[in-house]
Design a protein around this ligand. Structure first.
Ligand SMILES: Nc1nc2c(c(=O)[nH]1)N[C@H]1C(S)=C(S)[C@@H](COP(=O)(O)O)O[C@H]1N2
Ligand SMILES: [Mo]
Length: 300
């Protein structure tokens, strides 16, 4: 598939923080996307300047640790992320429990600077490190009848204080159509700014689907299931009128309680100007073909 690489910046040189890749991020052996001079300035020309580490790691949604934006950075260090296994099951040739370390040895870690848009109408730009979900699915061998991918977050009442509250039907679950899941923009993130991904951002590995609202990008994944039926998703179960299965970023489809036409860039200060929301969060050229013939208002 032809990609516009301006939208998938692989530059590791955007700020000093990005220069240093630690052990876990290097474990994959191959770290792709060695700083291509010029992409940084291209990113800035597009207004794609990554948020500060502090914005990205102290303003979070991770309801297993509480519903406040600062709860995850306060409490998520209680989560044990080593050892970690991901169970890959359902319609695959090689089902099983995959150790995180073995996954990292097999995958190619790249940097991807993506826009990130929460359904609550705030946004950031995040320099993720990660690998394509398609490569992980290849490892397990997707069978021909599979049509969807279901994901599940860890459920650890002793480590996740937010699970005491029935905000959602735990564990947190999400899902994608298989063609969305294997799209080259869809990644499993394992790092930010070249460091291991902090617990509050979904350690040790979380989904990132940059053209969808943030809640689709499920954190701290323990189970991946290939299936031929559309899987239930947490926010859709809790309020199907407000949160659809697709949840593609779309400035023309309002949330029942607020407009999605504009967004507040996090970190821009109290009086930061709102900016217009882009169709598919700016990835229209790459992903619009996935939805040809689909009524995006009905399938929100
Ligand atoms: N397991 C789990 N995953 C989750 C969430 C959550 O509460 N639990 N919140 C979602 C929402 S609403 C958003 S906006 C993003 C936030 O990711 P960030 O904190 O890394 O910015 O994570 C998503 N993934
Ligand atoms: Mo969100």
């Amino acid at each position: 598939m032809a990609l516009r690489w301006t939208n998938i910046l692989k530059d590791r040189d955007v700020t000093d923080e990005a220069v240093y890749l630690n052990r876990r991020q290097l474990m994959g052996g191959a770290v792709a996307g060695v700083g291509l001079a010029g992409l940084g300035s291209q990113a800035q020309a597009q207004g794609l300047e990554p948020n500060a580490w502090e914005d990205i790691t102290q303003y979070n949604n991770y309801y297993e640790f509480g519903t406040g934006k600062e709860d995850p950075s306060r409490y998520a260090d209680q989560l044990t992320t080593e050892p970690w296994t991901v169970t890959i099951t359902g319609m695959v040739d090689r089902p099983g429990d995959y150790a995180f370390e073995d996954i990292m040895k097999a995958m190619t870690v790249e940097e991807r600077i993506y826009r990130f848009r929460c359904v609550e109408a705030w946004s950031m730009v995040i320099p993720w490190n990660g690998f394509e979900l398609a490569d992980l699915l290849d490892m397990a061998g997707v069978q021909s009848g599979a049509k969807y991918v279901a994901f599940e977050t860890a459920y650890r009442p002793e480590e996740m204080p937010g699970l005491k509250y029935p905000v959602l039907d735990w564990p947190y679950v999400e899902g994608l159509r298989l063609d969305e899941a294997v799209h080259p923009l869809t990644i499993m993130a394992t790092g930010i700014y070249g460091k291991d991904i902090p617990n509050q951002n979904g350690a040790p590995l979380r989904l990132v689907v940059p053209w969808k609202y943030g809640f689709k990008s499920i954190k701290s994944i323990v189970r991946i299931t290939l299936t031929d039926i559309e899987p239930p998703t947490s926010w859709n179960k809790s309020n199907p009128r407000e949160y659809g299965f697709y949840s593609n970023v779309n400035p023309e489809v309002s949330h029942p309680r607020w407009s999605q036409a504009s967004e507040r860039p996090v970190g821009g200060g109290l009086f930061a100007e709102r900016q217009p929301t882009l169709m598919f969060n700016g990835y229209e050229e790459e992903v619009a073909s996935l939805y040809e013939g689909l009524d995006l208002k009905a399938n929100f």
